[in-house]
Design a protein. Structure first.
Length: 260
């Protein structure tokens, strides 16, 4: 018996390891139809956003089901890196976790421990949850395979930059994700993601992560921005947002119709 998201996790890992890297949108809609459609569009992952989206855990499981139908990896951004969010997201079938606002190596270690079953970590142990096929999968297989899920931590503040060397050394960190918007805010230039201070800070993070061989992710507003990150060696790009993609497409249609 296969765990619901693990084939897609393997494809997601392969995409990150490819020259092209992995691309997927942040999603704040609560309708599984959009998640399913995004999967059919061919994204490498969908990023279900519990930090800035209005979603509930009751609905998250249905969004993850839709990702499973389309065969796309469900990455869940939890609101914060506390064990209860980590447990609940993984239990309903998240293939990967994106954890915001990691500032210290201690926080990084705590999240990674919460995401892994013993003996690797301290994840709360239950074999009757959705990710374990509600008990249909033998626990002996489930606990080992569940540790293959991906942990992505966000560095997006001055404190994280100050502690970057120690954070990058934490075992079990799969990807370090740069959050340009929170970084711009922390550096005193809120929203100015192209400000020279912000650009220089991101460049510094890229150089340090590359030197230590840690895989990087970053947010982009556009596909062009995503390609820029890809050219700089970034392997995981979360770009724009489902509702904004819809808004842009709708606006373009309205303008095309008005201009005859
Ligand atoms: C940021 O830019 O702060 C992010 O968290 C991107 O998702
Ligand atoms: Mg952020």
């Amino acid at each position: 018996m296969k765990m619901p998201s693990m084939d897609a996790v393997a494809r997601f890992k392969a995409a990150m390891d490819s020259d092209q890297g992995a691309l997927g949108p942040f999603m704040i809609t609560s309708d599984p139809a959009y998640v399913e459609a995004a999967g059919y569009a061919g994204y490498d992952f969908v990023l279900l956003d519990m930090e800035h989206g209005p979603g509930t855990f009751a609905n998250l499981q249905n969004l993850i089901r839709a990702a499973n139908v389309a065969g796309v990896c469900p990455v869940v951004r939890v609101p914060r890196g506390t064990d209860i969010w980590v447990d609940r997201a993984l239990d309903v079938g998240a293939g990967a976790l994106l954890v915001p606002q990691i500032d210290t190596a201690e926080q990084a270690r705590a999240v990674i421990s919460a995401a892994k079953f013993a003996p690797v970590g301290t994840r709360g142990t239950n074999r009757f949850v959705r990710s374990a096929c509600y008990g249909a999968k033998p626990g002996s297989e489930y606990f080992a395979q569940a540790n293959e899920t991906v942990v992505i931590l966000q560095a997006e503040g001055k404190k994280a930059v100050d502690n970057l060397d120690e954070i990058l050394d934490v075992p079990g960190l799969d990807v370090l994700f740069i959050g340009p918007y929170d970084l711009s805010s922390s550096l005193g230039h809120v929203g100015e993601v192209d400000h020279p201070d912000v650009v220089a800070c991101i460049q510094g993070i890229i150089e340090k992560a590359n030197a230590k061989g840690v895989k990087l992710g970053c947010f982009a507003d556009t596909v062009e921005g995503a390609k820029k990150w890809r050219d700089m060696g970034i392997k995981f790009v979360g770009y724009t947002c489902d509702t904004y993609l819809f808004y842009q497409a709708a606006k373009a249609d309205v303008e095309a119709f008005a201009n005859k």
